[in-house]
Design a protein around this ligand. Structure first.
Ligand SMILES: [Zn+2]
Length: 477
């Protein structure tokens, strides 16, 4: 498995940044042309080699004003993006094929897989509906092939300098990095906010954390907001997550309020014809460089918190049982109005990624289960309990659970549940749970009745008007 690492430029001088920026702009045109020419049905049969050879033959390659290797790598990258968008469009089409008569399916799947869907009119219509023409929006990236990369350090153990090709032959751009680890392989340079991000991939097995072994137990986890995860022992992991998210969402709210005010001042100045003032506010007070940088820092912190939490779960777990976070489910308690919902959705994605990633690297198994209503039922009796803040009250048992702990225990017992599988719809889950709770309620009194235990097979139904004590008496009689 590969993991992406990012190194950043340190005190890069403006001249070098401008040179890289110019190169990225020109390569953006390569991407745009790739999307324009090949992002459609007509070129679905092409491979990136075909396109490359075509552009070399007809001289297209020379119009970009960049070294041949640079546009070829960019073309390959853009082509990968085009393929990814096409494959994403195929997912709903495959679902539609699955509903077709059985003897049609095989041929349709084959046509779709070999990108010859235009041969079939029905399939062609499906793809046309799902695959919209794309457009390039990337004008700030440079792909550098591994053999064009050179790194060096000025002193033993010092920060790394990166040498990448510039626009002129034999005039490389040398970028000082903020790390002592030299990036290798194919690099993706992203120019953002006067800084260069160097994205590269490393083999996960080379990472130090991959050497850590996993635990030997089976542990259920529940994803939370104040803590990243709660396990089925009731222990919280990643307890700083809530604070991180809350302070950030408050800060964002305040800042967006202030930006809105400045924007309205700028707009009204522009209406009155004071364009100098409007431009000044827009360029000095409403920029995005610092804002984007702070967002990146915050996201890195949240990721670290979540990954650390997952590592600490895997420390004791051989099998991690978790909810399938790719699914959404409406039965869950609302997150409250001050919670930034998009932030919550994003952290959910990071948690899913961390669970998958860390489990794979450290050799524990990740089991995904259907988590419908796991935060609402009592783990002891499986009946629906009352949720109050982070407490879960079960009246029949007379027990108060910590809600996330209860959810984690429920998640764990969903593994091996004979009736509730990963794909059971949540409405059906609710019915099953209610049936079980009813059965439990009926059986409870019988368990303390000697006759029922001896008799075994007979279950006595209580009369609708009788209360429990009378029922017990009657059963014992
Ligand atoms: Zn209970």
């Amino acid at each position: 498995m590969k993991v992406t690492r990012i190194a950043y430029s340190a005190r890069l001088n403006p001249g070098k940044y401008a040179a890289l920026h110019e190169q990225a702009q020109r390569l953006g045109r390569v991407r745009s042309l790739a999307w324009h020419t090949f992002g459609s049905v007509a070129a679905a049969w092409c491979s990136d080699r075909d396109l490359r050879d075509l552009w070399m033959r007809d001289g297209t390659g020379q119009i970009f004003g960049v070294p041949a290797n640079a546009w070829k790598e960019t073309l390959r990258d853009a082509f990968d993006d085009i393929c990814a968008s096409r494959e994403a469009a195929k997912v709903p089409v495959k679902r539609a094929i699955a509903k077709r008569p059985a003897n049609d399916r095989r041929a349709l799947f084959a046509l779709l897989k070999s990108n010859r869907w235009t041969d079939d009119r029905w399939l062609s219509r499906q793809m046309r509906r799902r695959w919209k023409r794309g457009k390039n929006r990337t004008h700030n990236q440079i792909i550098v092939r591994s053999d064009k990369v050179d790194t060096f350090t000025l002193a033993e153990g010092g920060d790394v300098w990166l040498k990448v090709p510039g626009l002129e032959p034999r005039r490389p751009v040398i970028i000082p990095l903020n790390t002592t680890v030299a990036p290798n392989g194919t690099l993706r340079l992203i120019l953002r906010g006067n800084r260069v991000e160097v994205h590269y991939q490393i083999d996960a097995s080379a990472m130090k954390s991959s050497q850590r072994s996993c635990g030997d137990r089976e542990v259920g986890v529940d994803k939370g907001y104040t803590e990243a995860l709660t396990d089925s022992d009731g222990k919280h992991h990643g307890e700083d997550l809530g604070r991180l998210l809350t302070t950030d969402s408050d800060r964002l709210k305040e800042r967006n309020r202030r930006r809105a005010k400045l924007r309205s001042i700028a707009n009204s100045a522009a209406e009155k014809g004071r364009h100098a003032k409007a431009t000044r506010i827009k360029s000095n007070n409403l920029g995005t460089v610092k804002r984007d940088r702070q967002v990146a820092v915050h996201q890195a912190r949240v990721r670290t918190e979540i990954f650390t939490a997952v590592h600490s779960v895997v420390d004791k777990a051989k099998v991690v049982v978790a909810e399938d976070l790719a699914k959404t489910f409406t039965g869950r308690k609302s997150l409250g109005k001050n919670t930034n919902r998009r932030l919550a959705a994003w952290t959910k994605g990071v948690t899913a990624e961390a669970l998958r990633n860390v489990s794979e690297r450290r050799g524990s198994a990740l089991v995904l289960v259907n988590a419908a209503y796991t935060s609402q039922v009592c783990p002891a009796c499986e009946g629906f309990a009352r949720r109050n803040g982070d407490r879960l009250h079960c009246t029949p048992c007379g027990v108060v659970w910590q809600a996330d702990h209860a959810a984690a225990v429920n998640v764990m017992s969903r593994r091996g549940d004979p009736d509730i599988t990963l794909h059971t719809p949540y409405q059906r889950v609710k019915e099953i749970l209610q049936e079980r709770a009813d059965r439990q309620r009926i059986r409870l009194p019988i368990q303390d009745s000697s006759r029922a235990i001896n008799g075994g097979e007979r279950i006595i139904q209580p009369r609708p008007d009788s209360n429990r004590s009378e029922f017990v008496k009657e059963a014992a009689a």
